[in-house]
Design a protein around this ligand. Structure first.
Ligand code: HEC
Ligand code: HEC
Length: 340
């Protein structure tokens, strides 16, 4: 068995142990009143806006987005959503039963289970999804959220919920979207409030509009015709991946092990990069480790083109041509086949 499989098993084991613990200890403590400042994300509290502004921000968010458990129906970023009240109630209770012991009732992942896990469950209150199909700078689509819930993230405690019915998957995805969208709006508004301490309703409304734009992006077009194996493509990809133009090896290492000069301190055996959640961010071993965003040529293309949001893995669609990215994909696929 490969080392990566063992790591995967370890985390899956922990994940199910956490699930069991949940069964025995009952549901997580109830979420704070949505109008209290403790309903704000810890990241917002860190900005130290002052109690008065924090209270105004919490009130404004509460009136726009509705309470935990029965969110305001229209307040997801996805215009196609048309849901009955009961379905939303079901969405909230599904989230509370299946997700809250790791991600927390308010999405901040401040739970006892989360403290045991590495990597940590995502703090959804920052409003950022790592694996999206949308261009650089744009937020996820509903299908990205559904995909990660259905399939999980390999080698982490986030196992896939493939047993959920189609309706339940959609319901819990919408609830997740609501948490993320609310979080995104809060983060944008809080940053502005740090420099301008008045006009809270306008600032929050504006932040929500900006968030809405970023959550309505079209997916990146994948040039399927370039992804079929082509003569010489993998060899070109090998040259390119080692070149300063692509800039991959600084993080992924000349040997693609994930230990590059920018990411690994050889002297102290320490990972150097952090993600926006403050966690250690380890570049993937491109030969041996499972890929979190999917293993197909199109998945890898998308990942290299748009990057992994909230982490230092950049999207290179502006620097490299579609053909060049396709060459990198063919090279990585070839190396993964050889390593298997
Ligand atoms: C046993 C703990 C656990 C449970 C239960 C769990 N998750 Fe996760 N979740 C995680 C971990 C760990 C990650 C982070 C993986 C990583 O760092 O890539 C994660 C990541 C995510 C992400 C972020 C994906 C991205 O692209 O950034 C979403 C969204 C998510 N989970 C939603 C859910 C939903 C919805 C449920 C319930 C149906 C759920 N999770 C249940 C542990 C859990
Ligand atoms: C500044 C550092 C950095 C650079 C430069 C970089 N990467 Fe990454 N890469 C990362 C990190 C960090 C991750 C893992 C992020 C995570 O999942 O949390 C990653 C993950 C990946 C993955 C795994 C995706 C998945 O689905 O799990 C691929 C493939 C990848 N990088 C390819 C590349 C290629 C090709 C280049 C050059 C064009 C490149 N990277 C440049 C830091 C970097």
């Amino acid at each position: 068995m490969k080392q990566s499989d063992l790591i995967g098993l370890f985390f899956v084991g922990l994940g199910s142990a956490a699930g069991l613990a949940h069964t025995f200890t009952g549901p997580a403590s109830p979420p704070p009143d949505i109008r209290s400042v403790s309903a704000l994300s810890p990241t917002t509290r860190d900005l130290e806006l002052g109690e008065d502004l924090e209270q105004q921000l919490a009130d404004e968010l509460a009136s726009l987005f509705g309470p935990w458990g029965s969110p305001s129906l229209t307040q997801t970023p996805f215009s196609s959503v048309d849901k009955e009240d009961e379905a939303w109630e079901e969405a909230a209770s599904l989230y509370a039963r299946k997700c809250a012991h790791c991600h927390g009732n308010t999405g901040t992942a401040n739970t006892t289970t989360a403290a045991l896990l590495s990597p940590k469950p995502r703090d959804l209150s920052l409003g950022i999804m790592k694996f999206t199909s949308t261009p650089i700078g744009q937020s996820a689509q509903l299908s990205d959220i559904e995909r990660v819930i259905r399939e999980g993230v390999p080698s982490t405690a986030m196992s896939g919920f493939s047993a959920l019915s189609k309706e339940d998957l959609r319901a819990v995805s919408l609830y997740t979207a609501w948490l993320l969208f609310r979080g995104d709006t809060e983060q944008r508004a809080a940053k502005v409030l740090k420099t301008r301490a008045n006009g809270v309703p306008e600032i929050v409304a504006r932040a929500k509009e900006d968030a809405q734009k970023s959550w309505s992006a079209e997916p990146l077009q994948i040039p399927e015709n370039l992804l079929a194996p082509q003569e010489g493509s993998a060899a070109r990809g090998e040259q390119l991946i080692q070149s300063p133009k692509a800039g991959c090896v600084g993080c992924h290492g000349n040997d693609l092990s994930g230990k590059g000069l920018a990411s690994w301190n050889h002297a102290d055996s320490e990972w150097l990069l952090r993600d926006v959640w403050g966690n250690t961010s380890r570049p993937r071993d491109l030969r041996h480790e499972p890929l979190s965003g999917g293993e197909s040529a199109a998945d890898i293309y998308r990942r290299i083109a748009v990057g992994i949001k909230g982490t230092s893995m950049p999207g290179v669609s502006a620097q490299l041509s579609a053909q060049e990215i396709a060459d990198l994909v063919q090279y990585i696929l070839q190396e993964r086949r050889i390593a298997r």
